[in-house]
Design a protein around this ligand. Structure first.
Ligand SMILES: Nc1ncnc2c1ncn2[C@@H]1O[C@H](COP(=O)(O)OP(=O)(O)OP(=O)(O)O)[C@@H](O)[C@H]1O
Ligand SMILES: [Mg+2]
Length: 310
């Protein structure tokens, strides 16, 4: 990375602490004087929960220099429609007899919202409103899915350009269609397709040069394996991963810490039972003394889960 990052992305297995790390990083950056936004594109609204504000759909200031935003799927789709809906309609309607509602149809296609999330973050970073954006992504390999989509979309645009070129040639020969094209006065679709392509190229550069991916793991085999996979795949997109957080590390063998953890757990257990009173079968599985790596470890849980099917 040549320049100081404009965006940090926390990624890793579900539940390892991506959201808490993103929020903590937001606080750290803000306290250094950077105008910071912590944004989540997860389906739930995790960041507002942590700061105890309703940050759904609009940024909320939670500290000096720090805003937080929980973006929902609907927000992303609506923003996509505002930004790209008209252009997509112009391209499609220039050679297909489609109505405006084609835009809604496309907006709800799987992947469009995720793909647009990247554009949205990129656009925010370019807007000048914030110095740094911290992006808390969905669990697992959510980010990688976005990158794959970006690549697929890019490839399709290259194809679209050549297919459209041929199609236009063909249409030119059919005068009546040409007349109908003229009536609609479309914007030149090839130039729009080219514009989308160069936008994707810019977003790729942004991810490679101005974005820092931070792997978050706990000291457990599965979350480390997932981190390694994420790293490998990010590298296959030409993105270098240079930062790693190992969260939930027990730093010392202290009875006092264990006792306080135990008390905190008991308190939470009471909350769980009082908040889910109507549940009939309750099973408690003890934490093993190490993480679960083998089928023998899993076997130790069988007596407990058996109660679910008795
Ligand atoms: N260092 C820590 N000490 C104690 N508890 C922690 C620590 N880090 C995270 N937690 C707890 O772990 C849980 C998961 O954290 P968090 O929601 O940040 O994970 P996540 O990776 O964002 O999860 P998801 O994949 O579901 O989005 C939370 O309940 C949080 O309170
Ligand atoms: Mg989270």
């Amino acid at each position: 990375m040549n320049m100081s990052p404009k965006c940090y992305v926390t990624c890793g297995k579900g539940g390892v602490g991506k959201t808490v790390c993103a929020c903590a990083l937001g606080l750290a950056l803000a306290s250094r004087g950077h105008r910071t936004l912590v944004i989540s594109t997860d389906v739930v609204s995790p960041i507002g929960d942590i700061f105890q504000v309703n940050a759904k759909s609009r940024p909320v200031e939670v500290a000096h220099n720090l805003q937080v935003l929980d973006l929902t799927r609907e927000d992303i789709i609506n923003l996509w429609k505002i930004r790209f809906g008209q252009e997509v309609y112009e391209v499609l309607s220039s050679f297909l007899p489609v109505e405006k509602d084609i835009v809604d149809y496309i907006a709800n296609a799987p992947g469009i919202d995720e793909l647009f999330a990247i554009y949205y973050i990129y656009d925010l970073a370019r807007s000048g409103k914030y110095d740094i954006i911290v992006w808390d992504t969905a669990p697992g390999a959510g980010t990688l899915h976005l990158l794959r989509l970006l690549k697929i979309f890019y490839t399709h645009l290259i194809e679209a350009e050549s297919v459209y070129g041929k199609l236009l040639n063909f249409l030119m020969k059919a005068r009546s269609l040409v007349d109908s094209l003229k009536r609609k006065e479309p914007r030149d679709p090839i130039s729009l397709i080219k514009k989308w392509r160069s936008l994707i190229e810019e977003i790729e550069l942004f991810l490679k040069n101005e974005t820092e991916f931070i792997l978050i793991t706990t000291p457990e085999k599965l979350s480390i394996t997932i981190c390694k996979n994420i790293k490998k795949e990010l590298e296959s997109f030409g993105i270098k991963v240079r930062k790693l957080v190992i969260n939930q590390v027990v730093k010392e063998l202290s009875e006092e810490i264990i006792r306080r953890k135990y008390e905190s757990m008991l308190k939470t257990m009471r909350v769980i039972y009082s908040e889910l009173p109507e549940v009939e079968v309750r099973v408690e599985i003890p934490a093993l003394e190490h993480d679960i790596c083998t089928v023998d470890d899993v076997r130790r849980l069988v007596p407990y889960v058996s109660r679910l099917v008795d």
